[in-house]
Design a protein around this ligand. Structure first.
Ligand SMILES: C[S@@+](CC[C@H](N)C(=O)[O-])C[C@H]1O[C@@H](n2cnc3c(N)ncnc32)[C@H](O)[C@@H]1O
Length: 211
């Protein structure tokens, strides 16, 4: 009798897709530690100096290096080994964890602030909703979350594009706002922005832990 292989889940397939195109990803994103996204700047203004920041889905680590250079305490988490390896080669001082954002190994209140740039999009929506609830426990009352999420309706595995094979979920603005509120965050800002680099319309979120 032959055992049937279970299909790999969305996270495993997505990380494999990034690993297969790691060189291209790094060429495009990895070398930008000096160019900080506007949303991250806004987040840091709210967070104040020396914040403890979780860079969730840190990729090649460019934002984590920026945060470290600005004297924040940053930990980067990502599932894709070749991207983390690049991040490690370019900074020995940023703590990096290879892990799945669905099972984060951090104690309650470990961070002041969570930064999730284009990473929540890689989870199916029920898992993203669970993650939003879990992230809430990782900051103290009043702690901050900022995320960029692709706007739209489609969710599923990408068949084309520069990194095919990734799971990619787009969110409608009201849908994301509802999910964030239900997870115990107050939405401070939720803007639709056109992102030339990431292509298309994105939602820029800043939220504060309620209660
Ligand atoms: C579009 S990239 C963004 C990377 C980085 N935040 C940036 O702005 O350049 C998405 C990242 O999420 C990571 N990722 C996807 N699914 C993940 C999961 N389940 N757990 C941890 N990281 C994940 C990928 O490996 C990839 O590095």
């Amino acid at each position: 009798m032959t055992a049937r292989r279970r299909p790999a889940d969305a996270a495993v397939r997505t990380a494999a897709a990034y690993a297969a195109r790691a060189d291209a990803f790094i060429r495009r994103w990895g070398r930008r530690a000096k160019r900080c996204p506007a949303l991250l700047r806004e987040l840091l203004m709210l967070a104040g100096p020396c914040a403890a920041v979780l860079d969730l889905g840190c990729g090649a680590g460019q934002d984590a290096r920026f945060l470290l250079a600005k004297r924040h305490h940053v930990v980067g988490v990502d599932l894709t080994w070749p991207l983390l390896a690049y991040a490690r080669r370019h900074s020995r001082r940023v703590p990096l964890v290879q892990g799945d954002m669905r099972a984060l190994p951090f104690r309650p209140g470990a961070f002041d602030t969570i930064w999730a740039a284009a990473s929540l999009i890689h989870l199916p929506k029920p898992a993203a909703r669970r993650l939003l609830r879990a992230l809430r426990t990782m900051v103290p009352r009043g702690g901050l979350l900022a995320a960029t999420v692709a706007q739209g309706r489609h969710a599923g595995f990408l068949r084309t594009g520069w990194i095919p094979g990734r799971y990619f979920a787009r969110w409608k603005k009201a849908e994301l706002a509802r999910a964030v509120r239900r997870a115990g965050w107050d939405v401070m800002q939720l803007l639709v922005v056109s992102d030339r680099e990431r292509k298309g319309r994105w939602l820029n979120l800043i939220a504060r832990r309620r209660g």
